[in-house]
Design a protein around this ligand. Sequence first.
Ligand SMILES: [Zn+2]
Length: 453
Amino acid sequence: MPVTTTKIENARFLLTVDDRRRIIRDASILIEGDTIAAVGKAVDLADRGADRLIDAREMVVIPGMTNGHMHVSYAHAVRGIFPDDVEDRLAYVFQMQSAMTAEEEHDTTLLGLVELLKGGTTCFVDPGSTRFLDAALPAYEAAGCRVMTGEHVTDLDNALNLPIYDTDEALRRTAQSIQKVQGLLNGRVRGWAMPFSLQVCSPDLLQGALRIARDADTLLTLHHFGGLLGSAAEDLPTARLHELDLLGDRTVLSHVMNLADEEVDLIASSGTKAVMCPSTVLKGGGGIAQGGRLPELLAAGVDVALGTDSVNSSNYLDMVRTMNLAAVVYKDSRQDPSQISAETALELATIRGARALGIDDLVGSIEVGKRADVVLFDTRRAEWRALTDPVRNLVYSATADSVDTVLVDGQVVVQGGRPTFTDEWRLIQTVEAHGTRIRERTGVGWETAWPIE
Ligand SMILES: [Zn+2]
C-alpha cells in the first residue's frame, strides 16, 4: 500500500528547534506516512504535491510538546474537587483512583488525552497510576498520542493508599507492565519502570526496577521529593539514590524540588534526567522561589522536561502556560530577567524535554527523518499580534487555546481546535457521570466555599 503524504503549506513561521534553532518564515513541511520528508521555504517545496494539504497561512508551527509527568487516568472525573487547603491530598487521590472501574478509567483517560492533544502536547509520561492498562491502551490508540506508561509500585507501608506488594511481586508487576506495552501502536507506547518514590520503596525494589529497565532497554521514573532545605549531606535524598546506585541516564526524577548544590552536581555528573512541574509547585505552595533549582540544573547541563502533574494538582495540562511559568518565576524569584529565556522554555517543552525522556531521536524538533509530531497555532487572534517574534509571543502571550491543528505520527488528531477521534461533549458528559458515581462510592467530597443554591 502506498504511504499517505501530507503537506503543511505556507506557515507564517516554522520553529524547527533543530540544532541551529532555525525559524523559517513562509515554510512548508512534507510528511510521508509517519515521517517528516522535507522542511523548507514554501517556495522551494512548491512543486511537491501530497494526498492531503493543510493550509498553514498565519499559523505558527512548532514540534509537538512533551509533558514529562502527568497522571492521566482519574482526575478529569473529579476535577476541582479539592479545597485549596486540603490535607493529605494524595491519599484521597489514590483512594478515588483505586475505586475506578476499567470503563471509567478508559473514558477519563480519553478525556485527559483530549485536553493534552488540543493543547499541542503530543507525548506524555503517565507515572504509573493507570490501574487498568488494558483499558487505557484503546484510549491511547484512539487518540493517537505518544505515551510512556507502566505500573507504579511500592513495597513499604505508606499513608498514600497506594497498593503495597511484597518486593518480588512489585518487581514481577514492573517487568510485566513493561512487556505488555513496549513498542505498541507503531512504537508510540513505551513501558518504563515506575517505583513510586524513595520513601515508599525498599532499596531492593528500586535496584531491581532499574535492573529491569536496563534489561528491557528502557527508563525508570520515580517521584523525587527533595529533602528539607539545609539538611545534612547524608540526609539528602539524591545522595541516598546515588549511594544505592540508582542515578544515571536511565533514571528520570520527577519534581526535583529543594535540591542542595551537591544534589544538582550528582544529578548532572551521573547523567540523570529530571522533570519539573512548576504549576503544581506554585499551586501547592511548594516554594519554587527557594527550592526550584531549574536554572542550576540547566546550567549544569541536565536534560529537564516540564510536566503538569494531574488536573487535580496543577490543575491544568496547558504546556504553553507551563512554559510561561518556567520562564517567568525565576525572573522574579532571582530578581533577574535574564533567567530562563522564552527560547529555553520552548526547548524544555520540545527538544530538551524529549532528550530527558529518551526520545529525541524520534521527536522534539521538526527535521527530516523525525516522526511528524507537529502543532499549528492559529495566530489570527488578538493575543498573538503584533507578530514579530513567534517564540516570545508563544511563551509570553499565547495559551494552548490557540492550537488549531495537531498531528502525531503524521495523523491529524486535532483539527480546527477539535479532536478528530471522539465526540468531546458526549465524552465530557459520560466522564462527569462517572465522577458522580466515584464520589458516591468513596464518600470523598467537600462543600464549595461559596454556597451553591
Ligand atoms: Zn506524580
